[in-house]
Design a protein around this ligand. Sequence first.
Ligand code: SF4
Length: 181
Amino acid sequence: MSTTAVKPRVATVWLDGCSGCHMSFLDMDERLLILADKVDVVCSPVVDPKDFPENVDLCLVEGAVSSDHDVEKAHLIRARTKFVISLGDCAVTGNVPSMRNTFGRTAVLDTVYIENATIRKQIPREVIPKLLKFSKPVHELVKVDAFLPGCPPSADTIFYALQELVAGRIPQFDPTPRFGA
Ligand code: SF4
């Protein structure tokens, strides 16, 4: 009788990001097929999820935490995932979403919904998640187990990291910035 090895359950999630990190994930191209042999992608924008599932082994989180909805999702992900990875500079440092932090929430909302609006000049109070005062990196809210820097991290970086993690190792990155390498 043959036995089937249980594959790690992998999720990818998108908080306040531009989707560029997920585009990089897709840029792994044919290597996605190699990964598909090794993991089950149980939740991701690329597989049309409805709810974040229980018992996830590995979750890549793109984007900063910028709204009450992001806070809720980050806590849910942490509670249901063994190993959480910040994917890309927005998740790792706040990066682009945190550029608004120096202006204040009110000024940002006014600029977007009043000054630059051509019709219906009003700040939405329903449906749109409430903005936090500051955009934050994910680890300021929940424990993060590994960081994949880059804007976005390259497909090579993501593939390397996933292979290492699936093999039970923590991916190691050179922290020294290299320009023109
Ligand atoms: S790190 Fe860069 S590519 Fe990734 S979500 Fe942020 S801005 Fe987009």
